[in-house]
Design a protein around this ligand. Structure first.
Ligand code: TYD
Length: 131
């Protein structure tokens, strides 16, 4: 049930160049970009879903595990490749853990930040996906 976006990667002897073009590579208009870094060993992030927001998350450096849940069920995904994006649709509960030291998690988002779009209570989320 997890869906991925393959990011074009240009490889030569000098290293890799991964590129992203809004509305071409990413299946929505990108309104916001943020990145998570400096995560202490053992820390967990996420623990919420969104009502409308769509996101693509990328392990730009390092690795982490994403536990997903939506109306289709649950899945665990290891993100460890900078050229693979995980597409998080709306109404997807996500928890992120197992961050390796130095990880940079890049997030492309379809909307500007809005706390109103968050579903932070798991029971509320479960009720919403049941409908
Ligand atoms: P949150 O989305 O809960 O972080 P994570 O899912 O990585 O655990 O956001 C943490 C805090 O940062 C929260 O107070 C909201 C704030 N925030 C912004 O101000 N702008 C943003 O674009 C994001 C994603 C979060």
């Amino acid at each position: 049930m997890a869906s991925f976006v393959q990011l074009p990667n240009v490889v030569d002897f000098r290293g890799d160049l991964t590129h992203i073009e809004a509305e071409k590579t990413i299946p929505f208009e990108i309104k916001r970009v943020y990145f998570i870094h400096g995560v202490p060993v053992g820390a967990e992030r996420g623990g919420h879903a969104h009502k409308n927001l769509k996101q693509v998350i990328i392990a730009a450096a390092g690795s982490f595990t994403v536990s997903l849940e939506n109306s289709e069920g649950r899945e665990e995904v290891v993100m460890d490749s900078p050229d693979r994006g995980l597409y998080l649709h709306a109404l997807t509960w996500r928890e992120m853990s197992n961050f390796s030291p130095g990880t940079v998690c890049l997030v492309l988002a379809s909307e500007y930040f809005s706390e109103n779009d968050y579903i932070r209570e798991y029971d509320v989320f479960k009720e919403m996906i049941r409908i």
